[in-house]
Design a protein around this ligand. Structure first.
Ligand code: FES
Length: 143
């Protein structure tokens, strides 16, 4: 079996799909390898992620990793969410085939882009906190 049961579960029944109309952190990133796109919506109150949703044009592995990643950051502080790595998401899913590892990066990058947006909206420079998000990976939001 190429994919673990957890990957199949999150792919066939993804959690937290959709948009949050009053999100206060929105990020969109593209995958340089395949051209797929991921959008992440965060609702943050008192530095806690109270709600999170995602939309993607990505493949099954991207859907599964985003679903798992949103589950892992829901209810945690912004600081904890920043520590989430794609390695941790893959571990939570019992692994991914090596050719699909780049897909899991999409979720991590989209979360970081959404957190950058959250800081920017407060007039805070996100780069020292979130780090650089590579130019070619960050897409302008169309309002
Ligand atoms: Fe594009 Fe997986 S192939 S995200």
């Amino acid at each position: 079996m190429l994919y673990s049961d957890k990957v199949m579960d999150h792919f066939t029944n993804p959690r937290n799909v959709g948009e949050i109309p009053d999100a206060n952190g929105v990020g969109m990133v593209g995958n340089a390898k395949c051209g797929d796109i991921m959008q992440m919506f965060l609702k943050i109150e008192n530095d806690v992620i109270v709600d999170v949703k995602f939309k993607t044009f990505g493949c099954g592995a991207a859907i599964a990793t985003s679903s798992m990643a949103t589950e892992l950051i829901k209810g945690v502080t912004v600081e904890e969410a920043l520590k989430l790595t794609n390695a941790a998401v893959m571990e939570a899913l019992d692994g991914l085939p090596p050719v699909k590892v780049h897909c899991s990066v999409l979720a991590e990058q989209a979360i970081r882009a959404a957190l950058s947006d959250y800081y920017r909206r407060q007039g805070i420079d996100p780069v020292p906190i979130v780090g650089e998000i590579k130019e070619e990976e960050e897409h302008e939001m169309e309002e």
